[in-house]
Design a protein around this ligand. Structure first.
Ligand code: GLN
Length: 313
């Protein structure tokens, strides 16, 4: 595994190597996301001892989008427990795109909490007495992962609210099946807010490092999630975090990770570090093209795949 000193020069060379990679396109289905500068590129790491390094467009801000899903899964687990979360969603890869409806009517529940339908279910489980209270608690918990106050990107939030007919359809279908209960509009609003939390790459690396560090943010020493649920979250990330590319990712990279359509990927090397990459051009699965290249390179260079033999005989 790398130390902070060797990772600095590695990240500098990876940033140089993959900056010319211009394949893919910025997401357009949420109108506000089309405004992102496609050339932005930032890589950040945070070690569990609190040290860290960032290279590239360190000030670039982007929204969490699907990178929020494992963190909200953690909140749902902490609120209602493992059995209930497993009853209402699951851990199976879908093989379909993240907003797919395939199978939902027959099965009645989403296959996992990393696709939109499953994440709407976990959002519906978030605790609180009112819409404001639930959002406040969600934001406070996300802040614990980021290491600073989580802020909402209002423009992205409003843009997605106006255009989320597909998510609305998923949510009402789930309500008709009894998988979601209560105020569907409020649950959807919370889901869209979690996706619209604005971060920079270092903050996202902090979130990954919190998961790598048994749930304690290594910068602030604040606990974001009980150690009891870390394994649940990492398994779900490894199996489902990269959409319908998850199998290839597990095969080639083998780092529990999650990507979001704003162009971010964050990955967890348990007990060692969190890694985050931001670059808005996406491939056909919705994964950042430079992000994939950086993670794949890092994994091979430092034997970070979870099944790499650490001490080959
Ligand atoms: N907010 C996005 C949506 O619901 C998140 C999807 C993603 O990042 N893959 O479609």
């Amino acid at each position: 595994m790398p130390t902070i000193t060797d990772i600095e020069s590695t990240l500098e060379s990876l940033h140089d190597r993959y900056r010319p990679l211009n394949t893919g396109a910025v997401a357009t289905y949420i109108p506000e996301l089309t405004k992102a500068d496609p050339d932005l590129f930032c890589i950040a790491v945070r070690f569990v001892d609190g040290s860290g390094f960032t290279i590239g467009d360190t000030d670039a801000r982007f929204t969490l989008q699907s990178c929020s899903k494992p963190l909200i899964l953690a909140q749902a687990l902490s609120t209602v427990g493992r059995d209930m979360v497993m009853r209402l969603t699951g851990v199976e890869p879908t093989g379909n795109s993240f907003s797919s409806m395939v199978g939902l009517d027959q099965i009645g529940k989403p296959l996992n909490p990393m696709v939109n339908a499953g994440a709407i279910v976990t959002a519906s489980l978030l605790p609180g007495d009112s819409a404001e209270d639930r959002y406040k608690r969600m934001r406070a918990n996300l802040s614990a992962y980021l290491g600073s106050e989580a802020e909402l990107d209002t423009a992205v939030y409003e843009s997605e609210l106006r255009t989320s007919d597909r998510n609305r359809a998923l949510a009402y279908l789930l309500k008709s099946k009894g998988t979601i209960e209560g105020d569907v509009k409020q649950h959807l609003d919370l889901y869209i807010r979690q996706c619209a939390i604005s971060v920079n790459t270092q903050q996202l690396a902090n979130a990954a490092a919190t998961l790598a560090n048994n749930g304690i943010n290594p910068v602030s020493n604040e606990r974001a999630v009980s150690v009891e649920y870390i394994k649940d979250i990492l398994v779900v990330m490894l199996m489902n975090g990269m959409y319908n590319y998850a199998g290839r990712w597990a095969y080639e990279v083998g780092i529990p990770a999650k990507s979001g359509v704003s162009g971010s990927i964050f990955g967890v090397v348990p007990g060692v570090m969190g890694i985050a990459v931001y670059s808005p051009r996406l491939d056909e699965y919705g994964n950042s093209t430079r992000g994939l290249a950086v993670f794949s390179d890092l994994s091979k260079r430092y034997n970070m795949h979870i099944f790499d033999q650490r001490d080959p005989k």
